[in-house]
Write a protein that binds this ligand. Sequence first.
Ligand code: DAH
Length: 343
Amino acid sequence: MENKIALLKAKIEESVAKAGDSETIEGLRVAFLGKKGEITELLRDLKSVSGEQKKEMGMKINLLKQNAEEKIKARIEEIKNAELQKKIDEAPAYDVTLPCDFKGEGSYHPITLVEREVEDIFRSMGFTVEDYPEVTDDYNCFEALNIPKHHPARDMQDTYYLDNGQLLKTHTSAAQNSIMRKYGAPLRAIFPSRCFRNEATDACHENTFFQMEGMMIDTDISISNLIYFMKTMLSEVFKQDVSVRLRPGFFPFVEPGFELDISCLICGGKGCPSCKNSGWLELCPCGMIHPNVLKAGGIDTDKYTGFAFGLGLTRLAMMRYGIKDIRDLNSGNLKVLSQFVNE
Ligand code: DAH
C-alpha cells in the first residue's frame, strides 16, 4: 500500500502541474478526490490492512488527500487568473468595466471625434458645414424629398410627432431643401446632425443616432464625382486606401440611388464574420439628386445636377473604434465614453 500511495502522490503532482484549463483541473479533482476518486478508493482499501499499519497508512492517505486538495486549489486559482488575463489581453481597446479615471478635464464623445474628423476632410475639399434643427416639419422631412403622404417609404421612418404637427427629423436629408434655398447652385455642403426614429433598440439599433448628409450640386456632376469624394473621405478616415463599390438602392430623393459599400477593413476583402464573408461592409446610401428634389429647392434642373449621400456617423464611429453595442454611445457612461481619443 505504501508504494501505491507514493505512486499516486507522484501522479497527482505531475497531472495537476500539467493541467492548463479549468475543465481539465476540475476533471482531475473528481478523478482524485471525488466519491469514486483514487484517493477515496485508497481509503476504502484500508479495510484490508491490519493493526498498526492501518493507522500509519490512514495517516499517510489523509496527508496525501490534504496535499492533493491544496495543490488542486492552488492550481485552480492560477488557471483562473491566467484565463482572466487572457480575456483582458484579447479584449478590444476599450473596456466597459474599467474604473473611470475621470480627472475633471472631460473628453470628447467618440461621435464628436469622428464628426470633426470628417468635417475637416470635407472642408479641405471645399464643402461648407451646415447646421439644421432637430425639430422640423413634414414638408422638409418628407414632401420636399419626393416622399408624398402615404408613400410606403414613410413606413421605414416612423418618428416622434409634436402636438403642433412638427416632428423630430428622421434623417439629415431633411436639411436638403433649406440648404438649397439658402445657397442655390453651385453648392457643396455637409450637415451632420442627430436623427430620431421610432425603433426598438438592440445592439445595432437606437431611436437616436447621428448622420452626416452631404450634397454637391454643379454643372456636369456625375456618379464619378460621387465615387471620388466618398473614396477620398473614407480613405482619410480609415487611414488606408479603401475600395468602394456601388449597389443599386432605392430612396425616393435620388435617381439612381445606391448603397455604397467599402472593402472590409478587418479581412481586407477576403471575407470574415464582420462582413458576413462577403468582403464588403455597407456604409453609406447615396445617389444622384432626383430632379423633383432639385426643383423643390429652386435649382434649375436643365443646368445643374448633383449627388447626395447620407453617411451613418454613428455606424462610422462604431467601425472606427470597434464599438460593438450602439447603446454604449447614448449611455452617458463615462467609463466607456472617456476612453476614446483621436489619434
Ligand atoms: N436619408 C436616408 C436614410 O436615412 C439616407 C440617404 C440615402 C441619404 C440616399 C442620401 C441619399 O442623401 O442620397 O435612410
